[in-house]
Design a protein around this ligand. Structure first.
Ligand SMILES: Cc1ncc(COP(=O)(O)O)c(C=O)c1O
Length: 471
């Protein structure tokens, strides 16, 4: 047998974008080329990616919060090797596999005692879809209420929870008759909907992925009270916020909530193997698996696979042993304070918000007269182009990977791995200061870059290709 992956990589690494153009998503390739994200990464470790010339890139994106424990963590690598070395039986299906039992035990040791029953799946959107089914089965009600600016995944059920047209356009009809969206903090609308008595679940993200917003009022505790009053289950989507990201183990803990169901994915398996989970109260769980002939009424083939379960066990242990929850809170506070201090110097910065290490930097029209003109020109074409300009320059000039936070938003979002320290904070803040200083030179190279985006955006609209990449 002559298959040798190392040889293939040594011989062909660098063909990435040609291969993707030919066989995968060529629109994404085009967009990545426009924004200068068409790098070839050869290696990764901790908070850094390395290109083929061994240049280091600081990863403040973490694969959209998959690598909370850093990339290629040795403890997770060892767990994978152990599973392979032991030749364990995997996915027998008609048995109760050992590692999934252990991971369920490890998760429920970290959740509040009432969240004691676990269902394993493969992704965040799958966990959300399952949570909706569990809620319907448990309450006998059909409707779901969610928040307008939410992100819950891109399969039809999760998509139906979201108000963002840039994700839903062209994929309808969604489950609109069963899903109602309300604005964050709009407690009156929530009560109006729940009072109808037919709502199975109210779904929240503790800090919204799109724009990193949380309530500015006591909306969440009051919403939980209303859910209890009207017999609706509270579902907290912890796919991005869970497992330390916000500086607490779970995002809902910032408001002392007691959700009935939570969903997990992303960092649960430490970044190697897809893994998602629904964690709910046992009585809710049993309403789905209510009779012997319904014992696999909700299931998925790869849900409890050994590699995912072993990685999950290892990743949870790393989060505890390296005190990553506390570290996220501490480093997040430092980082936000230092970015906020840049506001005095750069009138582009409107607000710095977030919790722990999920942080948004929102921009607005600068106060300087000559910059207002440049700003307005960009914004006539697309609201995200200024943030994209900053994101592009952070990567091309300073080798720091960040993202724009969502469509129609002037927001740069960062999701650093929870292992970062003062060195990484200093690198980021110095780079952002430098890029925003460059933005104050008009005319200048930054605004030339902006002009290129304007041209690309206009021509992409003609050919219906995406000008910016946001998630
Ligand atoms: C809050 C939240 N929920 C659900 C999802 C969907 O997860 P997945 O991409 O694994 O389907 C995401 C993904 O970004 C997310 O941020």
């Amino acid at each position: 047998m002559s298959f040798d992956l190392k040889e293939i990589i040594a011989a062909r690494l660098g063909e990435n974008y040609e291969l993707h153009h030919r066989h995968i998503n060529r629109t994404l390739v085009a967009a990545q080329r426009v924004i200068g994200f068409d790098k070839v990464y050869a290696r990764a470790e901790g908070a850094y990616l390395y290109d083929m010339d061994n240049n280091a890139y600081l990863d403040f994106l973490s694969g959209y919060s998959v690598f909370n424990i850093g990339r290629n963590h040795p403890v997770v690598k060892k767990a994978i090797r152990d599973v392979l070395d032991l030749d364990l039986p995997n996915m027998v299906q008609m048995d109760c596999s050992f590692l999934s039992g252990l991971l369920a035990e490890a998760i429920t040791k970290r959740t509040p005692p009432h969240l004691d029953a676990v269902f394993f799946c493969n992704s965040g959107t799958e966990a959300m879809e399952g949570a909706l089914k569990f809620a319907r089965a448990a309450t006998g009600k059909k409707r779901v209420v969610s928040l307008e600016s939410a992100f819950h995944g891109l399969s039809i059920g999760s998509l139906s929870l979201m108000g963002c047209e840039s994700f839903t356009e062209g994929f309808g009809p969604l489950m609109d008759q069963w899903d109602t969206r309300i604005a964050l903090d709009d407690i009156a609308s929530l009560e109006r909907e729940l009072a109808k008595g037919d709502v199975a679940a109210f779904v929240i993200e503790p800090v919204q992925g799109k724009g990193c917003k949380s309530p500015t009022t006591d909306f969440f505790p009051r919403a939980q009270g209303l859910c209890r009053k009207y017999g609706t289950l509270l579902v907290s989507d912890e796919v991005q916020c869970g497992l330390g990201r916000t500086g607490k183990m779970f995002g809902f803990q910032h408001w002392n909530l007691e959700p009935d169901i939570i969903t997990l994915a992303k960092t649960l398996s430490g970044g190697y193997v897809p893994c998602g989970a629904i964690v709910s109260r046992r009585d809710i769980y049993q309403k789905t698996f209510s009779r012997m002939d319904r014992c696999v009424v909700h299931s998925t083939t790869f849900g409890r696979n050994n590699l995912a379960m072993a990685c999950g066990l290892a990743a949870l242990e790393v989060i505890d042993q390296e005190n990553l929850v506390e570290r996220a809170a501490e480093m997040g506070a430092q980082l936000m304070e230092r970015i906020d201090a840049l506001r005095a110097k750069h009138s582009f910065i409107k607000e710095v918000r977030g919790k722990g290490l999920i942080i948004a930097i929102e921009f607005h029209e600068p106060s300087e007269f000559k910059l207002k003109m440049a700003w307005k020109l960009l914004h006539k074409v697309d609201k995200v182009l200024f943030a994209q300009m900053v994101v592009t320059q952070m990567l091309s000039k300073h080798r720091i990977l960040t993202q724009v936070a969502g469509h129609a938003m002037d927001v740069l979002k960062i999701l650093p791995p929870l292992i970062i320290g003062e060195k990484e904070i200093a690198l980021f803040v110095t780079a952002l200061d430098n890029v925003l200083t460059d933005c104050r030179k008009f005319p200048g190279p930054m605004w030339e870059l902006g002009n290129n985006f304007v041209r690309a955006a206009i021509s992409s609209r003609r050919s219906s290709q995406a000008p910016v990449v946001s998630a």
